[in-house]
Design a protein around this ligand. Structure first.
Ligand code: FES
Length: 139
């Protein structure tokens, strides 16, 4: 066996023997990660403060602000990032709306714009309590 034969044999053999590994690395596998459509635990019921608010800026779905609305005594969950220029909105319970401190945009409890300059609604999440957990999912 000369040098060329050796390289050809083991070069091809090396590729052939590593092919299953390469294919396994590229092949889709069952994912155990959750998708944005799944319910995500963003905190505990006990973490809701006296006003019924819970802010988790690093939840699995991103920043989430949970507030208790005065009308239906429901919990609502929104992404508190203002759609105008990204300031964080605050819940104004007495007015049952979110207010942006930067340029005074106002949003209803369901995220809809009540007053500009923002033109797009806040992102909202479905929310439920399960055991002692507060769960949300993208809608
Ligand atoms: Fe909220 Fe401008 S960033 S109104």
């Amino acid at each position: 066996m000369n040098r060329r034969d050796f390289i050809t044999l083991f070069g091809v053999g090396g590729i052939a023997s590593s092919l299953p590994l390469a294919l396994a690395a590229c092949s889709p596998e069952k994912s155990t990660t959750t998708t944005s459509k799944d319910w995500q635990n963003i905190g505990k019921v006990a973490e809701l403060d006296k006003t019924g608010q819970l802010l988790n800026e690093n939840s699995p779905v991103g920043s989430v602000l949970v507030v208790g609305t005065s009308k239906a005594k429901n919990l609502v969950a929104v992404n508190p990032t203002c759609t105008h220029q990204g300031c964080k909105v605050n819940w104004k319970a007495t007015e049952n709306k979110f207010l942006c401190p930067c340029h005074k945009s106002a949003f209803a409890a369901d995220g809809k714009v009540l007053a500009g300059p923002a033109t797009d609604p806040l992102a909202t999440y479905a929310i439920k309590i399960e055991g002692d957990g507060v769960l949300v999912k993208a809608v």
